[in-house]
Design a protein around this ligand. Structure first.
Ligand code: AGP
Length: 621
């Protein structure tokens, strides 16, 4: 997820604001979309001037102060959340084509960039960065050479790209326009007087205009100082949807949601979808090309130890069930801060998988360092490109969830689980534990998950209403079995973190071994119910657990699979989620619990983005 801005204005506009002013203001507001690096390119006097710098936008501003740009009325700007290639100066956008006469910025993931890069290299192109964006820039440069028209060149280039992308381009020979294209990635147009704007979202230009046009899927837009022309990828003319921006700037950064927490809960379909993007080759075979551990070494893995903390540890627990089932490799899940003090058994056939959204959690980092000292191979599942833990690991599998701003993790949790599934399937593929047909069936079901999450989000109002009515609840228990157990733990953690309510998650089978003493009249108990389908369903056992607590006065709130009517009679409230394979259910059953915790905390008037006592990244042991 990156921040993108484009601008073109009449020369006389420079008295009000230069292109650079507009770009930097837009990037400042879009920095929440990514802050690994930032860059701008402007066109003036037949030349492109560009500045780009790793790190926060402030670094770019310092760079520009040291090397000012010529005043210009045309330009593009980018703030990056790295996917392909670490957060370095070279990988910062813009990237260039057509011998430096063309500048391109990009948000998204180009799935077929590797094969395109091969073709372009064979044609003599050289590359300065590791990014998929530079491949698009070279491709667009070739198309411009062939057509001499930036809009037509964009149209030809995007028809060769697979994946998710918003591309913006300027060319020295087309100083009257900015051309942009979007597929599976956001782009809006801002309408001005004698000037027009482009942005990943309206934050990019909200300080200059509140009149906007939304682009549809697979569309190209050409903005000049007096016109906005839209075509479809097939070249047919199109109309965008015009709208007035009612949000204030702060709401705009949150996409109109009341909080980043709510926004990120609603970004989960995209987070899962983007984490799945680009993971298979043309034949459909899983290719985790960023792993830097050889297939031979991975095949020798005798044991996997997952290291993580908090929510990431619950993602690791879900992973355990799936990876063990698919690969038959034993998986231990360890709280990182406990791991190195228990004298763990590690050798060179142990694969230590750390899971971390921030990649900076000191407990996890220290555990990874210890595991390396003991000879283990280390793999980082991480959301933050170039952070410490992946840098110190032998291999990395990046999430593509985009920056997670709210302290309490939501979309990164689902993305961690998704990435863990990919790792398990990849290991099973390498070791021949699953047939290719089985793997593709599971991948097909995974690709349906984003739509199923969206269904839950669309039907969230009853969950929010229940939460509002429970704002004074002093405590809530959460039960789950199998992969529902870590979901119950995560649901309890969300409620603790956001609403400061005592909440506890249990393995449902554990209740009768003591915790059931907690049950008294009216005690709210959430129960994550396994699918009733399947030979050895745990369903009947969990229904028994529900009856046990109800017999002692509990108020049971169940999360169950569509059509599971058996639980309705034992539930004060039941929230259904679409069905999927039992091992994939956590990607769905977690969502009602997140919505509940966020709504209850909001009802209590708490800051759900910055809860008391918490930090987004715990960089102390
Ligand atoms: C998640 O809601 C919490 N904020 C916390 O448990 C977090 O998951 C944990 O600190 C690990 O952080 P990491 O994923 O950045 O390593």
């Amino acid at each position: 997820m990156c921040g993108i801005v484009g601008y073109i204005g009449l020369p006389e506009k420079i008295a009000e604001h230069q292109a650079l002013d507009v770009l930097l203001e837009g990037l400042r507001r879009l920095e929440y979309r990514g802050y690994d690096s930032a860059g701008v390119a402007t066109v003036a006097g037949g030349t492109i001037e560009a500045r780009k710098k790793s790190g926060k936008l402030a670094n770019l501003i310092d760079e520009i102060e040291g090397a000012p740009l010529v005043p210009a009325s045309l330009g593009i700007g980018h703030t990056r959340w790295a996917t392909h290639g670490g957060p370095t100066d070279q990988n910062a956008h813009p990237h260039f084509g057509d011998d430096g006469r063309l500048a391109v910025i990009h948000n998204g993931i180009i799935e077929n960039f590797a094969e395109l890069k091969q073709k372009l290299s064979a044609a003599g192109h050289t590359f300065d960065s590791q990014t998929d964006t530079e491949v698009a820039a070279k491709l667009l440069g070739e198309a411009y050479q062939a057509t001499g028209d930036l809009t037509e060149a964009m149209r030809q280039a995007v028809n060769e790209l697979d994946g998710a992308f918003t591309l913006l381009a300027v060319h020295t020979e087309a100083p009257d326009r900015v051309v942009a294209a979007r597929r599976n990635s956001p782009l809006v147009v801002g309408l001005g007087e004698g000037e027009n704007f482009l942005g990943s979202d309206v934050s990019g230009f909200i300080d200059f205009t509140r009149e906007a046009v939304e682009l549809e899927q697979d569309q190209i837009v050409t903005i000049t100082t007096g016109d906005v022309a839209i075509i479809n990828f097939d070249g047919t003319p199109a109309e965008g949807k015009r709208f007035h921006i009612n949000w204030d700037a702060s709401a705009a950064e949150k996409g109109g949601y009341a909080s980043f927490m709510e926004k990120e809960i609603h970004e989960q379909p995209k987070a899962v979808e983007d984490t799945l993007l680009g993971r298979t080759d043309a034949s459909g075979k899983l290719t985790l090309d960023e792993l830097r551990i050889s297939p031979e070494e991975l095949k020798r893995t005798s044991k996997i130890i997952v290291l993580a903390c908090g929510t990431a540890a619950y993602a690791g627990t879900v992973a355990k069930y799936a990876i063990e089932h698919w690969t038959r490799i034993p998986v231990e899940v360890e709280l990182a801060h406990e791991f190195r003090y228990r004298d763990p058994i590690i050798d060179e056939t142990t694969l230590v998988v750390s899971i971390s959204q921030s990649g900076e959690t000191m407990d996890t980092l220290m555990a990874v360092r210890y595991a390396k000292e003991q000879g283990a191979r280390t793999l980082s599942i991480c959301n933050t490109n170039g952070s410490t833990i992946p840098r110190e690991s032998d291999a990395v599998l990046y999430l593509h969830a985009g920056p997670e701003i709210a302290v309490a993790s939501t979309k990164a949790f689902l993305a961690m689980i998704t990435a863990s599934y990919l790792l398990g399937l990849y290991l099973a593929q390498l070791r021949g534990q699953l047939f290719s047909g089985q793997i593709s069936d599971i991948l097909a079901d995974l690709h349906k998950i984003p739509g199923k999450i969206q269904t839950i989000l669309d039907g969230a109002e009853p969950i929010k209403a229940l939460a509002r009515g429970m704002a004074q609840t002093p405590s809530v228990l959460f039960l789950g079995r199998h992969v529902g157990f870590p979901v119950a733990m995560e649901g309890a953690l969300k409620l603790k973190e956001l609403a400061y309510i005592h909440a506890e998650g249990f393995a449902a089978g554990e209740l009768k071994h003591g915790p059931i003493a907690l049950i008294e009249e009216g005690q709210p108990v959430f129960v994550v119910v396994p699918s009733p389908r399947g030979r050895d369903s745990l369903h009947s056992k969990v229904v028994s657990n529900i009856q046990e607590v109800r017999a002692r006065g509990a108020k049971t709130i169940t999360v169950a699979e569509d059509g599971d009517d058996a639980v309705t009679e034992f539930s004060e409230n039941v929230f259904f989620v679409p069905e999927t394979q039992p091992l994939l259910m956590p990607l769905l059953t977690t969502v009602p619990l997140q919505i509940f915790a966020c709504a209850l905390a909001t009802e209590k008037g708490y800051d759900v983005d910055q809860p008391r006592n918490l930090a987004k990244s715990v960089t102390v042991e």
